[in-house]
Design a protein around this ligand. Structure first.
Ligand code: PMP
Length: 354
């Protein structure tokens, strides 16, 4: 039985992408070669890289606005330090909305002063802090748009004088925002973009000024930009599958079209959480994520029954992160209404049975 995959990442990708990706492993573009064996310097792959970089900018509405896209390695975790290495001269502001923000802060502290602008750590990151001040004189402001573990999502971003840097690992390409508000956006591929192995970085080139420190080449955005994201051997397959996913999204109508679907899916699961007395949501309602819905049972005695029902219903990966417990349904772009419906049916069946 094909399962409904609610994993937080690596996670579901479109079936159509899996099919094209597996065909390319056998024979890429009728070249008689596998995508896994072609040179990254071959015209076929250079075309993939260029197409992927353009698609990323196009989907975000950033073409012709001074931005460049890179496909790097080392995961979003390497961006925690690359951002600071390249941009932190004196002081940077961080909004702490979860474990990933926390990790970004820890890395930034290796390079300069970090001002915690706001934090929701006091309530195990159940909510998104609002109404905080942003002082002058910061090199940049860093935020995490979607908190994968806690199931919260920033809805309104502040306007800042300093470049706004955002970790969009778990909601990239899922909703329309004015992306030109951001100086730099990064996202590990393995949620809405492709398989693990590459990280998208979209940067407005003018924010990369002289920083006054030597930066190792592999960690220097300017080096990667000057080489068109081909400074060293890129993760060819991961970028190829990311390109296929972006093509899939473009053909569906782009970010605006998927946002509409994502809202319907989120509404379906959250209304079950709110209406079914056996469940309660974890995150503050106004800050709920449209990508990761976190919830728990109101009666622990039903845990075994519920988990057996999930298993029998082909629901995969809906368990919560250990720091929150309970359940987390990750409903990324490729999750269908039917998939969410299957989970919701099980939740309402539980109410009927209990
Ligand atoms: N930021 C966020 C919001 C995440 O969800 C994750 C985990 N996938 C990371 C950063 C770390 O990503 P990676 O494993 O690619 O380093």
């Amino acid at each position: 039985m094909k399962k409904h995959n609610f994993s937080a990442g690596p996670c579901i990708l479109p079936q159509e992408v899996f099919q094209k990706a597996s065909q390319a492993v056998l024979d890429f573009n009728n070249s008689g070669l596998s995508i896994l064996e072609i040179s990254h310097r071959s015209k076929d792959f250079v075309d993939v890289m260029e197409n992927a970089r353009e698609l990323a900018l196009e989907l975000l509405g950033l073409q012709g606005k001074g931005y460049k896209a890179l496909f790097l390695q080392g995961g979003a975790s390497t961006q925690f330090l690359m951002v600071a290495y390249n941009l932190l001269k004196g002081k940077a502001g961080y909004v702490n909305t979860g474990s990933w923000s926390d990790k970004a802060v820890k890395e930034a502290k290796l390079f300069g002063e970090v001002v915690e602008l706001a934090s929701s750590k006091d309530a195990n990151f159940k909510y998104i802090p609002k109404g905080y001040d942003i002082p002058d004189g910061l090199d940049y402001v860093h935020m995490t748009s979607n908190n994968t573990i806690f199931g919260t999502q920033i809805k309104d971003f502040p306007t800042t004088d300093a470049p706004l840097i955002c970790d969009m690992s778990s909601d990239i390409f899922s909703r329309v925002l004015d992306f030109s508000k951001f100086g730099l956006i990064y996202a590990g591929a393995q949620k809405n973009m492709g398989p693990a192995g590459t990280t998208l970085v979209v940067v407005r080139e003018d924010i990369l000024q002289e920083i006054g420190r030597k930066i190792p080449s592999m960690l220097d955005y300017k080096v990667h930009l000057s080489k068109g994201s081909m400074f060293n051997t890129p993760p060819v397959y991961s970028i190829y599958v990311s390109m296929l996913t972006m093509e899939w999204l473009k053909a569906k109508g782009g970010v605006a079209a998927i946002e509409e679907e994502n809202e319907k899916k989120a509404k379906l699961i959250y209304s079950e959480i709110d209406l079914n007395p056996l469940f309660e949501g974890f995150a503050a309602k106004e800050d709920r994520s449209n990508m990761n819905a976190t919830f728990n049972l109101t009666n622990d005695d039903l845990k075994e029954t519920f988990e057996t029902m999930l298993k029998e219903g082909g629901i995969n990966g809906a368990n919560g992160h250990r720091s929150v417990g309970g359940y987390r349904a990750s409903i990324y772009n490729a999750m269908t209404m039917e998939g969410v419906g299957a989970l919701v049916d099980i939740m309402s069946d539980l109410e009927r049975k209990a």
